[in-house]
Design a protein around this ligand. Sequence first.
Ligand code: NAG
Ligand code: NAG
Ligand code: NAG
Ligand code: NAG
Length: 345
Amino acid sequence: KAKKEYLSLFTLLIFVDLDASSWTAKVPSSVSGLQGSCIIIPCSFNYPEPKPKPSRFTGVWLKDSHEVVYHPDSSRIFKGYRGRTTLVGDLWQKNCSLRITPLHLSDKGPFFFRIEMEDLNKYSYIHAKVSIAVSSPDSPSLSVKEEVKVGGVVSASCSVFYTCPSEPPLLTWSHTRTPSIQSQQLVNGQWELTSSLTFTSTMKDNKALVCTAEYRGGKKVNSSKTLNIKYRPEIRVGSACTADFSIITCLCIVDWEPPGMVQWSLPGRPLPSTKVERHGSLTIVTLQRTFDFFDTVQCNASNTYGNATLSCSMPTNCKRKSCVCVWWGGGHIWTASRFFMRTFK
Ligand SMILES: *[C@@H]1O[C@H](CO)[C@@H](O)[C@H](O)[C@H]1NC(C)=O
Ligand SMILES: *[C@@H]1O[C@H](CO)[C@@H](O)[C@H](O)[C@H]1NC(C)=O
Ligand SMILES: *[C@@H]1O[C@H](CO)[C@@H](O)[C@H](O)[C@H]1NC(C)=O
Ligand SMILES: *[C@@H]1O[C@H](CO)[C@@H](O)[C@H](O)[C@H]1NC(C)=O
């Protein structure tokens, strides 16, 4: 029996809804919007066709506490809403959509629409109330494959939601490459903005990749992922051996990702490192020992992506003087110190 009653009530509701000549309004019971952005409350309304036809409509929006949220005469709008509300719907088309911008955290509502027909009827649609769920924007969702071999392609995408199609947020990247931007309408008045960035990785990209969304009103949110660009060792300028009387100190400065192994050696004789220090992607390996050789010292660094070797020969007449040796490797002579030149002149 109860089922039957529901059924007839349901039919009645459909009937009422379709009846073009009754006082009805259609709004969602709740819409969600971002603080500082804009929101459009979709709204349509109906009324019994008056005779004669009304010459003028006045559309008004109120809060359930009867504060005036929108009125064509702005002096009648409650000051907390003045300048922020616009009736974007065309009343002659029975469209009462309201725009609020910027949206404040306190704009929760509930709100309802009221129609006033000059010299005829007035009606408040208090049974069609809409609330606003105001939220702060979430961090963008950022996706990127973090581990890439140097020279490989990095493809990153960053997306955010927004509710105001005329004022999409601004998406920016910490990388200078120009991204491509796309927006897409979702359900419930939500939009999604996606920024896609593609670039060829270099060693310099081994840091955080940040995507920032800036909303109208200045609110900023960001997400970041630290890229891990892999590359084979390179031995950097600054690597040197210095001999000071009886002690020889050699430095091998290796730039690599990930770090691997460094081996010092004299021809046919490996030498143990004295100290290993990491500074970001650089590893500084020290060899220190009594000056007991006049041979070629080698620093050989290797990781899973390759290896690099530099050699250095101490001048034979170096003992009892300060001197620096020349590194060479890959056909390049790296440093020639004045001491060294003098020694060989
Ligand atoms: C009402 O007006 C708004 C704003 O112009 C528009 O986006 C919406 O599509 C209209 N609704 C209908 C049902 O025509
Ligand atoms: C990301 O957001 C945090 C928190 O708001 C802020 O402290 C940080 O400076 C932002 N980073 C960048 C690169 O904008
Ligand atoms: C450096 O070390 C790697 C790995 O141990 C080895 O394969 C390579 O031959 C070495 N290079 C030189 C020049 O000794
Ligand atoms: C070391 O580098 C040389 C030349 O760059 C290469 O021929 C050799 O295969 C590398 N060895 C390893 C273990 O990567």
